[in-house]
Design a protein around this ligand. Structure first.
Ligand SMILES: [Zn+2]
Length: 172
């Protein structure tokens, strides 16, 4: 374990010495600062450390979500392989965020987005349908076309704009 104090500095007001610190355990780098310290120096250090790193993206967020799910499952089931898989996902996510090969990481993200486009589109439509207070959404019983009608009290006749089928629905 490496422990290094970066630029210890006395605060302007009377008190103890405060300092920024960074240390590494098993290759993971942690950084922090003690209360009362000038945050600018920590930010400067982090900026230098993170300069040129890839950071977060859609794939990264999906990896974090999958990690959390697997982690909870591992806690519930006490199955060791699940916790290994969760650890692998967390490691992969951190590796990608700190990677300097941004072109390769961007390609990975694009591949992920292309693979999950149908699922994400479906989720977006579901969210829109749920949160739309002014309209109700129906599927045409004949062709499956999604149709949007304004919310009104009682039943209304809906004509499918794709195939012309007329059907009745409650549009409240
Ligand atoms: Zn239709």
């Amino acid at each position: 374990m490496l422990f290094s104090i970066i630029r210890p500095e006395r605060p302007r007001r009377k008190g103890n010495l405060h300092f920024v610190y960074a240390f590494a355990i098993d290759g993971a780098i942690f950084a922090g600062y003690h209360k009362g310290y000038n945050e600018v120096i920590l930010l400067g250090f982090l900026q230098r450390f993170l300069y040129g790193r890839y950071g977060g993206d859609h794939l990264g967020r999906a990896l974090i979500a999958a990690y959390l799910v697997l982690y909870c499952l591992a806690l519930l089931t006490r199955l060791a392989p699940l916790s290994w898989a969760a650890f692998a996902l967390a490691f992969w996510c951190i590796f990608r965020m700190l990677s300097r090969n941004t072109a390769k990481r961007r390609r990975e993200n694009e591949k992920y987005l292309a693979l999950t486009a149908p699922l994400r589109g479906w989720l977006r439509r579901r969210r829109m349908i749920r949160t739309d207070k002014d309209h109700r959404y129906f599927k045409c019983p004949n062709c499956g076309q999604q149709l949007r009608v304004p919310r009104v009290n009682g039943k209304i006749k809906i004509t499918c704009r794709a195939c012309g089928t007329v059907f009745e629905e409650n549009a409240k």
